[in-house]
Design a protein around this ligand. Sequence first.
Ligand SMILES: Nc1nc2c(c(=O)[nH]1)N[C@H]1C(S)=C(S)[C@@H](COP(=O)(O)O)O[C@H]1N2
Ligand SMILES: [Mo]
Length: 391
Amino acid sequence: MTRKTTRREMLKESAALAGLGFVGLPDWVLPELTQEQTLVPFTDLPDPFVLERTPDRRIIDARTINDFFTPADQFFTTQHFGHPEIDLATYRLEVSGLVDRPLSLSIDDLRAMPSRELVFGFECSGNRGPVNGLSSNGHWRGVPVRDVLERAGLQWNAREIVFFGADHGEVEVEFRGRTYPVDQHYGRSLQRDQALSGEPMLAYDLNDEPLTTHQGRPLRLLVPGWYGAPNVKWVSEIHVQEDQYLGDYQARWYRTLRGEMVNGEMKWKETAISKMRLKSFVARVTRDTSDGSRHNVFGVVLHDGTPIQSVEVRIDDGPWELATLDPATTGERYGWKFFNYTWRGATPGEHTVTSRATDIDGYVQPTAEELGTKLTFLEHNAQSPRTLVIG
Ligand SMILES: Nc1nc2c(c(=O)[nH]1)N[C@H]1C(S)=C(S)[C@@H](COP(=O)(O)O)O[C@H]1N2
Ligand SMILES: [Mo]
């Protein structure tokens, strides 16, 4: 955003956007940190809490989330090989392989195609508590992958659609017990049906401005409902092939191994990271200065688009109590959601505040203990108890 826009104006602006599902927004749905509220520090964060920020890695401070759309200059960012140099004047998206008409498209060519908007919030599959800073929510514009593929004409045996970023580097490929250094571009593939479903998008704008370098300028893939890894940034080639794509970040790195006890025996299962697993987390707790025992618990839900049944909050080992989903955030299937819970009668001393989300399929966000046999830090959607001290 070049203009300074409040969250309220921003949501009103979005209301005008076709198909976004925002109707009139009552003022009360948009709480902002006012002078009547003070932040209660979490004791599960180091004090002082310093975020890991390098030129090409940015983590958000969840306590400061106020906007439904994360401003582009605050959007979290991470990648494996740093930022590639891309000359926008000569940039072309190449579409190659099993297509009738190979394409070479400039950004202007893509902008001339019918555009689509998407509200999509996602997290890195490595995002986890207590910081949970690798997630953001954006308002994207671009062209459906399907439209580009239809323009190129997929051949009958086109099965695997591979998206390559301009970034590359050496990865260690393990093969029959030995490891080989192999130079690879960052690449991820979609299967034909998924690519043609109409949902995956090649985005060139974030929050009404051209993508920032961090977010993949000039073009990135977005796969709504999935973790961050498939959202290939700096997309420079779409290669269509029949064989499965076996790039390291497709076939090896983004994997989870979990154990499950079956008849008293541990069975191990390895799966690829795909749809986001339902997660909620408490982002901030504030005290009402007019009534010091009244606190507001504010948090975020990330999910794969399956509608949310409920979010509950629990203080210490007390009962789970219903939180309120912010209706200004529930209208967008793939956006992140906000929730609020009023904690009354907080007593002085140390407390834990935990949230859990449940979706309409009955999936309940698991506890860390329930994820105990998951052998990676990836896909860590566990309930994350926050600790704080009431003065
Ligand atoms: N070209 C390219 N795209 C990439 C990556 C990468 O290393 N190279 N990393 C992926 C991962 S793991 C994540 S979590 C998201 C982060 O997107 P963001 O920087 O816009 O938040 O980008 C994805 N797209
Ligand atoms: Mo990621």
